[in-house]
Design a protein around this ligand. Structure first.
Ligand SMILES: [Zn+2]
Ligand SMILES: [Zn+2]
Length: 472
């Protein structure tokens, strides 16, 4: 191709701008589909397209052009992706694209030949010096993979599932959030081409390494510092980033980003339903209320259990937080059958003092240890499963017959120990060891209160006053 214009009768700048592509196709003997695959479609009222991908007009270099001299040495034609402003390098030769001729002038679409600069005498761009790429260009490789210039690199759902132009914007904004952090409103100070490249690359690294939630946390804390109070709404938590996201279309713009934001806000504060519409509750998360409903347990128990399990952070009073379906399953499985301390005590059929002995000695079948969680008055909740208590009581009675009343010279475990001032602890220790056998179970009496023992089996434990009980 000596001179594009004289050879084709078309102006190169016009062709570049998306005009005359049909005529050029005829000249080059390409089908319309083949032409579309290697040229831009630019119409003022429609999105800019290349290879079926939508771009923003400003993602495309309209006047200046950049080249990879090494590619040109191999084949003297302009690659379409050299004009994408979010591409800064050639992945084949691993060099920066070159936008200036040796004469100092920038290369442009006014140049009549691809391998020459029209503004100087020599004009060859084939041997222009190039800079080796020194930093990671993962975003660019991903984008070039998506445009089928190179083999696709990796799957990034947040970027794969949106239009290419939106993927560029998301990588850019995430990178900026990481670098400039929280601000109430958007500050678009003069950014250079290098800045933009850095933002996109760091944004891409954060997204692909699942670092976005922790970045949002950091920005949230930054906001708390700047505003001098905990952020109480989405705008306060993420500042300009939230505005950008909601104005871009929220969930419709990027479902993946929406679900990460939902998780972020739900862990921080209660989100009103109206605002939730913008990001919508993803199915991967459930609220405390939902879990409370499926398990039939109060908020406080569910919350305390989850905090103890390390599944979630302690939320402040009155706020809700999200838990994953896995955690919800765990709650459903473990808490549905869980009883509170008063109910357990009634089942076991002992008074408070004996209950404390059972707790202290670790005799009770407690599934989870006591939980302390932060409310105004912090307290402990032992988690006890109904079935475990029933099994435990059955094992103590060990098939002893049911009796309608307590026979003479016999006592019930808790009744005897109270009446005769026997140490409950010592007596029960022997019952568990089978040194004092259980004779029967008294009908109508709960748990240990109905355990019938023969007095003669533990006479030595009876405390008669005047010193320590015998047998201790
Ligand atoms: Zn190259
Ligand atoms: Zn020149």
């Amino acid at each position: 191709m000596v001179n594009f214009q004289s050879a084709t009768g078309l102006k190169m700048s016009h062709v570049f701008a998306g005009r005359h592509t049909r005529r050029l196709g005829e000249i080059l003997n390409l089908t319309p589909a083949e032409m579309t695959a290697c040229s831009y479609q630019i119409e003022s009222t429609k999105p800019t397209l290349v290879r079926g991908e939508q771009l923003r007009k400003f993602d495309l270099s309209r006047r200046a052009r950049r080249v990879c001299p090494q590619c040109l040495q191999e084949s003297a034609h302009q690659q379409f992706w050299w004009d994408l402003l979010f591409i800064s390098h050639c992945p084949i030769h691993n060099v920066q694209l070159v936008g200036h001729c040796r004469c100092g002038k920038s290369l442009s679409w006014g140049d009549r030949e691809i391998p020459r600069c029209k503004r100087c005498h020599d004009g060859s761009v084939l041997d222009l010096p190039t800079d080796a790429v020194k930093s990671d260009r993962r975003f660019e490789l991903w984008a070039l993979g998506r445009l089928k210039v190179i083999e696709p690199t990796q799957k990034i759902p947040m970027l794969d599932d949106v239009l290419l132009k939106d993927a560029v914007a998301i990588a850019d904004r995430v990178g900026r959030l990481d670098e400039v952090g929280w601000a109430k409103s958007w500050i678009d100070s003069s950014v250079t081409f290098e800045d933009l490249m850095r933002y996109r690359e760091s944004g891409f690294a954060i997204i692909s390494d699942d670092g976005l939630p922790s970045l949002l946390d950091r920005v949230h804390r930054q906001s708390e510092k700047i505003l001098d109070r905990p952020p109480s709404c989405m705008e306060a938590s993420l500042g300009w980033f939230w505005w950008w996201f909601s104005h871009s279309g929220g969930r419709r713009f990027s479902p993946e980003l929406a679900s990460i934001l939902t998780g972020h806000f739900d862990l921080k504060f209660h989100v009103k339903n109206k605002r939730m519409n913008i990001i919508a509750m993803p199915r991967s998360l459930m609220s405390l209320k939902q879990v409370s409903r499926i398990s039939g347990k109060s908020y406080s128990i569910v919350r305390a259990a989850l905090i103890q399990r390390g599944a979630t952070k302690a939320p402040s009073r009155g706020s809700s937080f999200a838990i994953t379906p896995d955690e919800a399953d765990w709650v459903a499985e473990n808490l549905v059958d869980t009883i509170e301390i008063k109910e357990a005590q009634a089942m076991v059929g002992v008074g408070w003092r004996s209950w404390q002995v059972l707790l202290r000695r670790g005799w009770l079948p407690i599934v989870l240890g006591p939980v302390t969680y932060a409310t105004r008055r912090s307290r402990s909740i032992p988690f006890i499963r109904r079935q475990a208590v029933t099994d435990w009581l059955d094992a103590i009675v060990d098939g002893a017959p049911e009796l309608s009343e307590c026979p003479p010279s016999h006592s019930t475990l808790s009744g005897r120990s109270r009446k005769m001032t026997t140490s409950f602890e010592q007596l029960f220790d022997r019952v568990l060891d089978r040194r004092v056998p259980v004779v029967g179970r008294l009908r109508g009496q709960p748990g240990l209160a109905g355990v019938v023992l023969r007095d003669a089996d533990f006479d030595d434990l009876i405390f008669r006053g005047g010193g320590r009980p015998r047998g201790s």
